[in-house]
Write a protein that binds this ligand. Sequence first.
Ligand code: ADP
Ligand code: ZN
Ligand code: ZN
Length: 733
Amino acid sequence: MIALVDVLIEHRNPQLSRPFTYRYAGSKSLQKGMRVIIPFHQQTLIGFVMGIIEVNEDDPRLTPPGYTLEMIREVIDDQPIINTELMALAEALTAEQQTPLISFLQTMLPKSLKPSRSSLKAPKIAYEERYFTKPMEELKDPLEPKEYELYVQLNVPLGVKKTSVKNKRIIQSLLQKQAIRIERVEKRRTRFSHLETLAKPVLTEEQNKIVKDILDEKNPISLLHGVTGSGKTEVYLALCEHYLRQGKSVLLLVPEIALTPVMMSYLLNRFGEEVALLHSELTPAEKYDEYRRIISHQARIVVGARSAIFAPLDHLGLIVLDEEHSETYKQDSSPSYHARDVAIWRTHYHHAKLILGSATPSLETKARAEKKVYGHYELPHRVNEKAPPKTVIIDLNQTELLLPEASMFTLPLHHSIQEVLSRKEQVILLVNRRGYSASIMCRSCGYRFSCPHCEIPLAYHDQAKLLKCHYCDYRAFQPKTCPECQSHQLMHQGFGVEKVEEHLHALYPDARVIRLDSDSNQIREKTLASLRQFQEGQADILLGTQMVAKGHDFPNVTLVGVLLADMGLNIPSYRATERTFQLLSQVVGRTGRGDKDGLAMIQTYHPQHYVIQTGSNQDYASFYREEMASRRATQYPPYTFLTLLEIEAQDEVLLTETMFQLVNYLHEKIPREDHLIGPNIPYPEKRGPFYRRRLLLKYKDKAAMTAVIKDVYTLLQSKRNLRFHLNLDPYDV
Ligand code: ADP
Ligand code: ZN
Ligand code: ZN
């Protein structure tokens, strides 16, 4: 075969994001979607085949005037490594995001299959030897009782691992009688830690009705809005069963890797070997094995975190996004994508059904459900019919309430902790570290350092010892005294989990404390072990950041304490209120899940703030009303769409000129002045030798804007010495 082959090279550089033509003269049959090894300038790179034209030896296109076509050195794959659907998806995402196609292909594929040089050293298939039996009726020689006993043990569909069988003598005779054989099969390296056995409950009337209604729903996308403890998981599982019975496959996403084992337990108990697990913390070998099990249809159910949305399942019948509001579904770094948008694309492609489940749906999703763009289903009651937990809001401005020895605790919270510990029940304490040292406040008079222009709290940057406004870039050195009362007692608002833990040991010396650290790298091992310990009652207090609020079911927890509920509100982002609401109502939902009544105590400097009020009372409806009004007034989503443009260059003059050019162009295209924000200088201003600038675009008409963004991309692509990143629907701005 002689062919002209269009090849995408592995570099993610926008300037190189187009196919290059190579010549192929080999014996393998080359297809779109295979990887090849190619020379590129002085390098040897991996390429991805995008198109093939077979030609005759004397075809003039093989000898273009002026240069010589390079040859493809080697074909790596025997088959295309990406199916038609995922290729189309990558192309759609590329068109929308203006990101090099190769970077989506690399994101979708496990390391061993990525079109990049790193794939060549990545793990390949592992094998193991297993015993398989011959069918009973085909046996020629009769079996001795001992032999028969072992034969029955080995008579299972997937065979039995050779190394796990001890009795070699009987094995020998079974082999001789040809009752069993040894086969070399692909090995699954994925390990599952401590799965629980969970019984399958009878669905409640409410759950049953919702399952039926969702199956009858004409709209392919539905919101399942159910309060915490309303039994959404059982609804997902019933839907899974339905689609599997129809011969379809199912994709189930959870927002955190730490939540995958719980979901795996549910699914493995019910569906066994058909379940595969995919997330970014699997080892490359594990990921590769799971990937192959999906492609070969051994697994028809995939559970995973964000990146599992690209699982190569065909015949998809159902996609579930549990806790659909979770920010972890958005990848902000390049290539940026939102798992929800990818899920919607795949749902349409497969004519499948998508369930967006949450106790606190994102405003976008709720607004669409209210407008009947999505189906809308609600589970307003807890399964166990229990009343929601009692909540107490504690005003931190009342200094007489503060515990003298540790002012991050108030007396009411301290007393409640003591009581709960004496009853041998458990406590969850939430420290919202996202706002670590977010701001500085005067301890004597309560003065808060805010931006003189924007009035938002100034963020404290520890390294630079600077106070800085994230909106307008105002900066000030950290003052030594309070401008109001001249007090020296300036307090960094925000404290680390470590500090709280120290105090806990001092205040409750007998209590066993577990600290969850979401920053640690070994999330899977360490967090899971900690959660299990707490579940088994080996600890009394679980302390941590966001992670402690997420979907766990600890029946012995009767007290939830939030040390500083407003911390998240100081984050300069339009999402700050929504995120704080979600976090508060989630964490409140962790108490009183068992037989005993639950209590939640929320410490705050803003006891009257609507987010604190609605979050503490899990009052979604009121929050939704207030927040939508504010988004409307400020023109943020869901009333607009956003795109964040980040540009970097070593040459500051070039950067400034480019921004000027862009802003000029955009002013013509964007009718409202308040819909173009920036250019801003992000913090830190430089990344390495690169100066940085940001521009935020708001728009109402997504289709019209796609064309504008494409122009912006073309303009930037034409500039040398510039790096840029377009982030559609950025989570935090
Ligand atoms: P959600 O995800 O909506 O917060 P879960 O799915 O975690 O709620 O369910 C809450 C609790 O209720 C879990 O312990 C679950 O096992 C239990 N549960 C759910 N459905 C039923 C049912 N039909 N009968 C008995 N218990 C149920
Ligand atoms: Zn003061
Ligand atoms: Zn400012």
